[in-house]
Design a protein around this ligand. Structure first.
Ligand SMILES: *Cc1c(COP(=O)(O)O)cnc(C)c1O
Length: 185
């Protein structure tokens, strides 16, 4: 983030980071020079798959005024119940993220090197190319991991369709464990 913010600012652009996967509990892009942080609060921030929402985080007043005008003019405003659910979710964000991180770390370590898999991608694994960078930039490695199957597409699809605890669905950040197969979903 720091490298991209430095590069972006050299060319006078506004640097925007989608921090949804990390959540505000694990990573602070503004501290690394980003101008705007975007969150789908539908995910970890709400945390219970029961509310839709989003947030822009800005620490520059002029930029904030522009964004606020757009919000006022175009109407993407949270309903009271949605705002309430989101604020309620935030109260447990840090403890939920701790558990998401330790669960994902355990699963990644369990799967790493499995003969049916070609690769396990999780920044908490020391063999991940972004491991050292993630350690400097994040206070935890998050709850998202992906796996590539030695058996290719057919094996990936069969896996995604046969998990029992992990529901086949596209989202993240709730208390349910989900599996998805982005290539076909
Ligand atoms: C889900 C998601 C979005 C979109 O958010 P919605 O709340 O579903 O509209 C944007 N960015 C990331 C990284 C997401 O996971």
């Amino acid at each position: 983030i720091e490298a991209l913010a430095t590069l972006g600012h050299r060319f006078g652009v506004t640097v925007i980071v989608d921090n949804t996967f990390a959540s505000p509990a694990l990573q602070h892009p503004l501290a690394f020079g980003a101008d705007v942080v975007v969150h789908s609060t539908t995910k970890y921030v709400g945390g219970h798959s029961d509310v839709l929402g989003g947030a822009l985080v800005i620490n520059d007043d002029a930029l904030y005024q522009k964004a606020q005008f757009l919000q006022f003019a175009t109407g993407p405003v949270s309903a009271p119940l949605d705002a309430w659910l989101t604020v309620r979710g935030i109260k447990t964000l840090s403890v939920r993220m701790d558990r998401h991180c330790s669960n994902a770390q355990a699963i990644a370590e369990h799967l790493d090197g499995h003969p049916a898999l070609e690769a396990v991608y999780y920044p908490g694994l020391p063999n991940h190319p972004g491991h050292e960078l993630a350690k400097r930039q994040m206070s935890g490695f998050g709850g998202m991991l992906s796996i590539a199957f030695a058996g290719g597409a057919a094996a990936a699809r069969a896996f995604a369709e046969s998990t029992k605890l992990f529901q086949l669905a596209e989202s993240l950040g709730g208390v349910e464990s989900l599996v998805n197969y982005p290539a076909e979903m």
